[in-house]
Design a protein around this ligand. Structure first.
Ligand code: FMN
Length: 357
């Protein structure tokens, strides 16, 4: 069906198309949930994954940025995703960068964006998360970032992250720290190891504060990294330093990767795949496979998803692939993963993780 809708969407600008598709998805999730569920139905026990203290009915989820304001969580559950990642949510509401800020590269099935972390802000999004958070069978991660403003630096930046964390932590299955957005207002990220160290120290304090306040659970903390500059990298001291910092603090896993810096924006889609895969493989090998990795970047087929799992990911996420192939991609990847796992003699998809790391 998406093959018929896509030309209409692609006749619009990329951001208008996202708006139209999201509005359609919101209407469908409200008026025709059973139609959606039937259309996208595919479940298989081999797809179940248990990590981070959570159960995922499948390893295929939605990447951050698609549903920044927590409006489409039911749609992606009905479309058969195993989990979703809302956000990036920031402390203050932000309109993001000036348009145009999203571009298609159809010949590569890629996108370039400099959206600039626009979202409704943690205060408005948190009550939506609270209403959505009661579905243990559908984990909902929340991706948090610093408010998009060059004035929020140093101590203010830490307080900004903390304010978002306090608002959303109760409702998140896991939290992802987006420290790698390539198009921040101040033109730098939190990935520099010394800066990341300070941020993670602050997160440690927040988690201790939660426990002291008697919170029933503290969501696992993941760090989202940017892709390596080169496709084939073996050893990179920057990532070694980042890993050492993460190991010192309570980081439970990684999301690899964010978009690749490209002409004042971030490149996503298949051109990113080799870099993302090589970082997943590196992280898996360096950590001895004990820290779960969510693989994201250019996954647009069951083969690509399987390769990412085999390199060391426990779960995968999609964004650009959904733009080019539609939500049916989730089901076709799940079906393909079951087939590919069977062909290689794995009774469960979780056995594929790291099998070719
Ligand atoms: C338009 C757009 C907006 C995005 N916004 C965010 C965001 O707010 N936070 C984030 O962590 N990643 C964001 N991402 C990055 C995606 O989550 C993902 O890491 C990246 O696009 C690579 O996956 P893909 O090739 O499947 O698109 C965004 C990506 C795109 C294309």
């Amino acid at each position: 069906m998406y093959a018929r809708i896509r030309p209409l969407l692609f006749a619009l600008g990329p951001e208008q198309a996202h708006f139209v598709a999201s509005t359609g998805a919101r209407i469908a999730q409200n008026v025709a949930p059973s139609v959606l569920e039937r259309m996208f139905a595919f479940a298989h026990p081999a797809l179940s994954v248990q990590i981070l203290g959570l159960t995922f009915t499948s390893p295929v989820g939605l990447a951050a940025g698609f549903d920044k304001n927590a409006r489409l969580v039911p749609f992606f559950r009905m479309a058969g995703a195993g989990f979703t990642e809302v956000g990036s949510v920031t402390a203050q509401r932000s309109p993001g960068n000036r348009r145009p800020r999203l571009f298609r590269i159809p010949e590569d099935e890629a996108l370039v964006n400099r959206m600039g972390l626009g979202n409704h802000g943690a205060e408005r999004i948190a009550p939506r998360l609270k209403r959505l958070a009661h579905r243990p069978a559908f984990p909902m991660g929340v991706n948090i970032a610093k408010t998009h403003s060059p004035d929020i630096l140093g101590e203010r930046a830490l307080a900004d992250f903390a304010s978002t964390y306090r608002r959303v932590a109760n409702h998140a299955s896991y939290i992802t720290l987006n420290v790698s957005c390539p198009n921040t207002a101040e033109g730098k990220t939190f990935e520099d190891p010394a800066t990341l160290d300070i941020l993670l120290q602050h997160m440690d304090l927040l988690m201790t504060e939660r426990r002291r306040e008697g919170a029933s659970r503290t969501p696992p903390l993941l760090v989202k990294l940017s892709p390596p500059e080169r496709e084939q990298f073996v050893l990179d001291s920057l990532y070694d330093e980042i890993l050492a910092v993460c190991a010192e603090h309570r980081v439970d896993g990684f999301v690899a990767t964010n978009t690749l810096p490209h002409e004042q924006g971030g490149l996503s889609g298949p051109p990113l795949a080799a870099r993302s895969t090589s970082l997943v493989r590196y992280l898996y090998t360096k950590t001895g496979g004990v820290k779960p990795i969510i693989g994201v970047g250019g996954i647009d087929s069951a083969e690509a998803a399987y390769e990412r799992l085999a390199a060391g990911a426990s779960l995968v996420q999609l964004y650009t692939g959904l733009v080019y192939h539609g939500p049916g991609l989730i089901k076709s990847i799940k079906q393909g993963l079951v087939r590919l796992a069977e062909e290689e003699g794995h009774s469960s998809i979780s056995h594929v993780t790291g099998s070719r790391a």
